[in-house]
Write a protein that binds this ligand. Structure first.
Ligand SMILES: [Zn+2]
Length: 295
């Protein structure tokens, strides 16, 4: 299927949005509350966060559905509302999207492990992701964004589930740690292995998010670029979380974070945005670093 968003990647760098959970916390979401429940209980707060990212210049809003697969929702007793919460997530983002902007349906990990480390089969994971993907598509998502995947096998379940259940392009970002011998997932998968596997299973774009700061992400983009011909996504954290009296803050200051954005693009990233610790102010500064006019 043709995707105007992916066509845009061929023309210029696409700006994604930043962190969602911390923005909802700033509006009163407490730890332990299911963030996706807010899609029906506090829709105005979710809408406000998406609108703030669009105002900052983001081309794409990522839906409030990161943990809205049936397996993860079960921890809150909400698994029976999977379709409702995902469709609402996409609809909320769509309702505040200006013309020419896009909605990425967020699909995060289940938080559980596949056999033999855990109790789940690949078929069970794939079915859960397919259910989520279908509802995100029904709610109006333009693409699916499978993100923060730390296990290649689970990422592939999500990619297959999304492709099976919808006609939407599926973008996949994996989280890598830096080691002396290169970048690996916590399950030990190399960059080359991850890129090749995702490409051969039909991902529309691939990349990395979370864990690394923007300087570390430049090195990771350089490592990913030779391993795939697909568009590359890079969404770095604003450094490392620091637990203080006032809650969690992040170690990389905005100016330092944004300094590396042009390098991300030079290294080959076609879609850039933020992850943990980033805010609409980061996205606004990234838009300026990308040479966008004020929106
Ligand atoms: Zn993150």
């Amino acid at each position: 299927m043709r995707s105007p968003l992916l066509d845009l990647v061929g023309e210029r760098t696409v700006l994604l949005d930043g962190a969602l959970g911390t923005e909802l916390m700033a509006r009163g979401l407490s730890l332990g509350t299911c963030p996706e429940a807010w899609n029906v209980e506090r829709p105005e707060a979710v809408r406000e966060v998406h609108a703030s990212y669009f105002e900052a210049g983001a081309d794409v809003a990522t839906t409030n559905s990161f943990g809205a697969n049936r397996i993860k929702l079960a921890a809150h007793g909400l698994e029976g509302r999977t379709a409702e919460l995902n469709a609402a997530a996409a609809r909320l983002a769509r309702s505040v999207a200006p013309p020419g902007r896009y909605i990425a349906g967020s699909i995060g990990p289940t938080g559980k492990f596949l056999k033999p480390q855990g109790p789940f089969s690949e078929g069970e994971f794939e079915a859960a992701f397919a259910e989520q993907a279908r509802a995100l598509a029904e709610g109006g998502a333009d693409v699916l964004l499978v993100e923060t995947q730390y296990d290649l096998r689970e990422a592939l379940c999500a990619l297959r589930g999304g492709r099976r259940a919808t006609e939407l392009p599926v973008l996949v970002t994996v989280t890598f740690n830096a080691h002396r011998r290169g970048f690996f997932t916590i399950m030990g998968d190399s960059v080359a292995k991850v890129m090749k596997a995702l490409e051969s299973e039909g991902a529309a774009a691939v990349g990395a998010n979370c864990t690394l700061d923007s300087e570390g992400m430049v090195a990771l983009v350089k490592a990913m670029r030779p391993e795939t011909g697909l568009p590359l996504i890079a969404q770095a954290n604003a450094g490392q979380p620091v637990i203080g009296a006032g809650g969690v803050t992040y170690s990389q200051a905005l100016e330092d974070y944004v300094r590396f954005v042009p390098e991300l693009v030079r290294a080959g990233a076609g879609l850039v945005g933020g992850c943990c610790g980033t805010t609409p102010a980061f996205i606004k500064a990234m838009a300026a670093a990308l040479g966008r006019r004020e929106t």
